[in-house]
Design a protein around this ligand. Structure first.
Ligand code: NAP
Length: 536
């Protein structure tokens, strides 16, 4: 049996950086990755139009300064193949592949307290042992297949955006159905419409959108960033969003309608998540939020010719930004095309998928291909699908049955020496996720180093500190409008999943300060046990 210092699960941004850090520390590390190559999210999500809604200059790693200078991002927001190339470059640059086993899914991880070791079993029938297990499994890595009657009966092609065929898919002349209108659908629908003979979009809930305003990266902006990359990266580490953008400087309710219109138009012109950060009250004051919503609805009405379709595309059931904002490029205009139709599932729900297509309560839609753009079992799915057994037979899935519990989103009481990168209770998906990943990886690496210096055997969250952190995460979310949406942040997209607001909305900077203080103070709130090599 292979015995290691650490096993890292996942070879996306998080797993690669974790491997690099622990190797630098001199540890023996094995990364296990279910995909055929590196990339994580960017390996799987190859649907047409897939690109990152975070700007490329920020959505990139800070630990390869030479690469920062050499690499040229062609567009403001990079498309999936470019990001995947970039991740491959990181793997090559640091010679990471030799410690990664691809096409290997972790089925279970069990803590053995007598030896203070984790036993990890893979779907290849192999068992590995390690002192530390680091779950770098991503927040959006388990596709959600909706439980629609007859789904298996469809005679045409079935696709899920998160499991897109590597060879692509030719929609030319085909009758296509897309189920879902989240970020993924909003990115892919204009591209699919460009090929399809007929496209029908099945919408249950409209989502709030901002224009991406993508385009070739401005060479002046690129030059400027390259001249100041280290300072910008350092600043980004302490902002709330993990990006260098305006943060909370404008109070919407201080502005009259005319002034607000000017500010919001500027946001819409800047595009992307620019809209999310300059305001102090957008995410806390329902009235302020409603004014942004009204502005965004005006925009939709100005872009969609059919008034009834425009109204259906206006999100009304949740405050602006309380579900992950979508960034659109030509999404709304797509509904002006004669061969594109929107079906409102609120008035005419899907009753079944049949061999020839989708039957709603009032019509049958014959299609050649159904695309499920139905999202993910987010934040917990990849962790709860693995049988993770900690102390005294405690299974993580059971522990989280009534809601996620974790200290800092990085350590769970009852699971010694198990770390979760961007786990529930950390900023993760609320911010630039690469920045979130780097903060976690560096903290975990330092923690492992500290344990070595202490000669300690194990570390895990104490139940009291875990409870206190969960309360803080909830209180922070409850001070905002976020819990008002039935979002995947709340687990609301998965039937039967506990409804708790999972990410931490306190912002990266404050969170980093807190985590750094915990480390500097000798990890209060954590139980540190035993001597290395002995029982925990
Ligand atoms: P999503 O936001 O969860 O959207 C899923 C869509 O499927 C929703 O419209 C949902 O409707 C619909 N749906 C689910 N089950 C359904 C059912 N049974 N019947 C009808 N409709 C159903 O998933 P996503 O679009 O894949 O995006 C997930 C996240 O991935 C994003 O929020 C974002 O964080 C990330 N993402 C990031 C980028 C990027 O730029 N980096 C790009 C794409 C995605 P309801 O809303 O009614 O549930």
């Amino acid at each position: 049996m292979t015995k290691l210092d650490a096993i890292v699960v996942g070879a996306g941004f998080a797993g690669l950086y974790m491997l690099h850090r622990l190797r630098q520390r001199g540890l023996s590390v094995q990364v296990l990755e279910q995909g055929g190559d590196v990339g994580g999210t960017w390996y799987w999500n190859r649907y047409p139009g897939a690109r990152c809604d975070n700007e490329s200059l920020g959505y990139s790693v800070s630990f390869l300064p030479e690469l920062d200078q050499e690499w040229s991002w062609p567009e403001r927001y990079s498309e999936q193949p470019v990001i995947l190339r970039y991740i491959n470059r990181i793997a090559d640059e640091l010679d990471l592949r030799r410690d990664i086993r691809f096409n290997t899914r972790v089925e279970s991880a069990r803590f053995d307290g007598s030896e203070n070791l984790w036993q990890v079993d893979t779907d290849n029938g192999e068992r590995l042992q390690a002192r530390f297990v680091i779950m770098a499994t991503g927040c959006l890595s388990v596709p959600n297949w909706p439980d629609i009657k007859g789904r298996e009966d469809f005679a045409g092609d079935t696709l899920h955006t998160a499991l897109w065929p590597h060879e692509g898919y030719d929609f030319t002349g085909k009758k296509v159905a897309v189920i879902g209108t989240g970020s993924t659908a909003i990115q892919s629908i204009p591209h699919i419409a460009g090929q399809a003979g007929k496209l029908t979009v099945f919408q249950r809930t409209a989502n709030h959108c901002v224009p991406a305003q993508n385009g070739p990266l401005d060479p002046v902006v690129e030059r400027e960033r390259k001249a100041h990359y280290p300072e910008m990266r350092e600043r980004a580490r302490y902002t709330r969003s993990g990006d260098v953008v305006p943060q909370g400087e404008i109070t919407i309710m201080d502005l009259d309608d005319e002034a607000l219109e000017v500010v919001l138009q500027d946001c819409w012109d800047q595009g992307g998540f620019y809209t999310q950060y300059p305001f102090a009250d957008q995410m806390t004051d329902p009235q302020a939020n409603a004014r942004v919503t009204a502005f965004s609805h005006q925009h939709i009405r100005s872009r969609v010719k059919d008034p009834a379709t425009a109204e259906l595309l206006c999100a009304r059931d949740h405050p602006f930004g309380t579900k992950r904002l979508c960034a659109d490029t030509g999404y709304f205009e797509t509904y002006n095309l004669d061969h594109v139709h929107l079906v409102d599932l609120n008035t005419t729900p899907i009753e079944a998928v049949e061999a020839r297509g989708i039957r709603t309560s009032d019509a049958m839609f014959d299609v050649d291909v159904i695309i499920y753009a139905t999202g993910f079992d987010a934040m917990t799915g990849a962790l709860t699908r693995i049988e993770i057994t900690g102390r005294d037979g405690l299974v993580l899935r059971d522990k989280w049955d009534h809601g996620t519990r974790s200290l800092l989103g990085v350590s769970v009481a009852g699971f010694p020496n198990l770390f979760t990168v961007t786990g529930p209770g950390s900023p993760s998906v609320m911010i630039n996720v690469v920045a979130a990943i780097e903060q976690h990886v560096e903290w975990i690496d330092a923690c492992i180093g500290w344990l070595g210096e202490q000669g300690a055997a194990s570390i895990e969250a104490s139940p009291d500190a875990e409870n206190a952190w969960v309360e803080h995460v909830n209180a922070t979310a409850d001070a905002t409008l976020f819990p008002k949406a039935n979002s995947w942040y709340m687990g609301a997209n998965i039937p039967g999943k506990a409804r708790v607001f999972m990410p931490y909305v306190g912002g990266l900077g404050p969170y980093r300060h807190h985590c750094d203080k915990v480390a500097a103070d000798g990890y209060p709130g954590f139980v540190v046990t035993g001597k290395q090599g002995g029982p925990a």
